[in-house]
Design a protein around this ligand. Structure first.
Ligand code: NI
Length: 176
């Protein structure tokens, strides 16, 4: 199964607003599977289709398998597919968490987001689901949902922080 190349900061795919999936075709199922492979290969916990150059409203997530801080990748694999996701509720309480992104390598920064959200989506079998997500699930789902609207975590940083990162970001843009 192919591991897909991940688009880097500066690639126009990452800034585009993605469109909804109409039907789950064999091509979509292949894309989901390849995105999963790519996620594990690149040691990520979430990956949006725009990051592999496909501007469809899809992301995959597995927050269980790896401990980013410990570098421990022995957790159970629990890959989940999110098609046409919508955030239907978010908590008033928000908080910071140090985020990174496979498309913005070498940069991590605290991003403030609601601590829990309610998400509605279609799974890979075409079934509608709705669930309240907490902690890392809520965090990751919001980060991936942003990708579908062409928003990167660095876009959510305060101006002063972004200014500090401007040089690094310019370098990444040169690589895209
Ligand atoms: Ni990302």
């Amino acid at each position: 199964m192919p591991v897909l190349p991940v688009k880097i900061y500066g690639d126009p795919c990452l800034k585009a607003k993605s469109t909804s999936v109409e039907t789950i075709t064999p091509e979509i199922l292949t894309l989901l599977r390849d995105m999963g492979e790519t996620l594990y290969e690149r040691h990520g916990i979430g990956l949006a289709a725009s990051q592999v150059g496909v501007n469809l409203r899809i992301f995959v997530m597995d927050t269980d398998w790896t401990d980013r801080d410990e570098g421990d990748e022995t957790g159970p694999r629990n890959l989940r597919f999110f098609i046409n996701p919508e955030i239907t509720w978010e908590s008033e309480e928000d908080g910071p968490y140090s985020e990174g992104c496979l498309s913005v390598p070498g940069i991590e920064a605290d991003v403030y987001r609601p601590l829990s959200v309610r998400l509605r989506w279609m799974d890979e079998k075409g079934k509608m689901r709705e669930e309240q997500l907490e902690e890392l699930d809520a965090r990751c789902a919001q980060h991936e949902f942003d990708h579908l609207n062409g928003i990167l975590f660095v876009d959510r940083l305060p101006f002063a922080k972004r200014t500090l990162l401007a040089g690094k970001l310019r370098k990444l843009k040169g690589l895209a």
